[in-house]
Design a protein around this ligand. Structure first.
Ligand SMILES: C[S@@+](CC[C@H](N)C(=O)[O-])C[C@H]1O[C@@H](n2cnc3c(N)ncnc32)[C@H](O)[C@@H]1O
Ligand code: SF4
Length: 351
């Protein structure tokens, strides 16, 4: 079982982001953390085993005073053992030595920074409120505090990306004490500032391949279309768990939980959540076909692969073609995609 906890507060709203986060509700932070605790206590009744992974994401978890996390961790003690991966997201502008030290002492063993780029012009273009130096400093600070597992998020496929800009970013990345990178192709989301400016996104598969190859030359290996790891124990158990179809608890406004064939959605409205943290806005029942499609989609995008037993006879004939074209391999009755950048194309072909 995995656990996701959502923090719906951000200091500013990035131009591309449609995640459930608010910049005007800071007065609700303390009440929100109490509500989280109420829902967490209830959700934990759904599992008896220690949690494989906990992910505190957002929004911006580093915008919450570190000691406000204490009650959550007191309650979590019985569900954590020394194998539990505990990740927290942080933004470069709100990461401090005190905050990092406090969350580390609570048991957090992995930190994920929303860096996006080390180029000041690109950061402004994306609507980020940090600069290159803050991004470099927060990673070094986390390493000095003793975090061995550090991720940075990056965004590529933006209209202002040039080879020079990407190379400068990669040269900085090479020198940093990080063991994980999540590199996302920019997507244009409804309700964001970029929604009316779709030209800010470009699709450049050659540039994506170039970034992936260079990351691999620094010792990273790609285990999902957007995820790269370096060194022992660096694969994100949390992400991998999602792709493998593990059950997860979802705690917080705008979080999602998934148990068996059911998805449940607490409300996205922060005040409504505080008023009643135990009420789900929606419970969705997934059909066997939905689950099958999801397994194929996620399996093609990652090293999880897809069990051959999921495919029907018609699909198996298509798979023979893909095999001849050297696009896939089959190992232990599981299909693996050789180039994650082609996953959507292959999924369509197999539909
Ligand atoms: C929900 S954010 C939370 C992390 C943290 N708040 C931050 O941004 O610093 C997780 C990551 O999703 C990625 N992301 C969010 N919206 C995106 C979009 N429209 N296109 C590509 N990546 C996106 C960003 O890389 C971001 O760091
Ligand atoms: S990308 Fe991160 S910091 Fe920016 S608005 Fe989204 S959640 Fe907040």
């Amino acid at each position: 079982m995995l656990l996701y906890i959502h923090i719906p507060f951000c200091d500013s709203k990035c131009f591309y982001c449609s995640f459930n986060s608010y910049t005007t509700l800071f007065h609700l932070k303390s009440d929100y953390m109490k509500a989280l605790h109420t829902q967490l206590t209830e959700e934990l009744k759904k599992t008896k085993e220690p949690l494989k992974s906990i992910f505190i994401g957002g929004g911006t978890p580093s915008s919450i005073e570190a000691k406000l996390y204490n009650p959550l961790f007191e309650t979590l003690q019985d569900w954590i053992d020394n194998t539990t991966e505990i990740t927290i997201e942080a933004n470069p502008n709100s990461t401090t030595l005190e905050w990092l030290t406090h969350v580390k002492n609570l048991g957090v063993n992995r930190i994920s920074f929303g860096v996006q780029s080390f180029d000041d012009t690109k950061l402004k273009f994306l609507g980020r409120n940090h600069n290159k130096q803050q991004a470099i400093d927060c990673v070094k600070l986390a390493s000095n505090v003793g975090f061995c597992h550090i991720n940075i998020d990056l965004i590529y496929d933006t209209a202002i990306d040039t080879k020079e800009l990407i190379d400068n970013d990669l040269n900085i990345i090479k020198t940093l004490p990080i063991d994980h990178i999540s590199a996302y192709s920019l997507t244009i989301e409804e309700g964001t500032k970029f929604y009316n400016r779709p030209e800010v996104k470009i699709e450049d598969i050659d540039m994506a391949s170039y970034i992936f190859d260079r990351l691999c030359s620094f010792g990273f290996s790609q285990y999902e279309i957007s995820n790269f790891r370096k060194g022992p124990d660096s694969r994100s158990k949390h992400n991998f768990g999602y792709w493998e179809g593990e059950d997860y608890l979802g705690v917080g406004a705008g979080a999602v939980g998934s148990i068996g064939n059911q998805r449940y959605y607490p409300t996205k409205d922060v005040q409504a959540y505080i008023n009643d943290p135990l009420m789900y806005q929606e419970i969705e029942n997934l059909s066997t076909d939905d689950k099958k499609f999801e397994k194929i989609f996620l399996g093609l995008r990652s090293l999880v692969g897809v069990p051959m037993s999921l495919f029907n006879e018609k699909q198996k004939k298509q798979i023979e073609i893909l095999y001849k074209e050297d696009k896939i391999t089959i190992l232990n009755d599981t299909l693996f995609n050789k180039n994650f950048l082609l996953s959507d194309e292959i999924a369509l072909f197999l539909e």
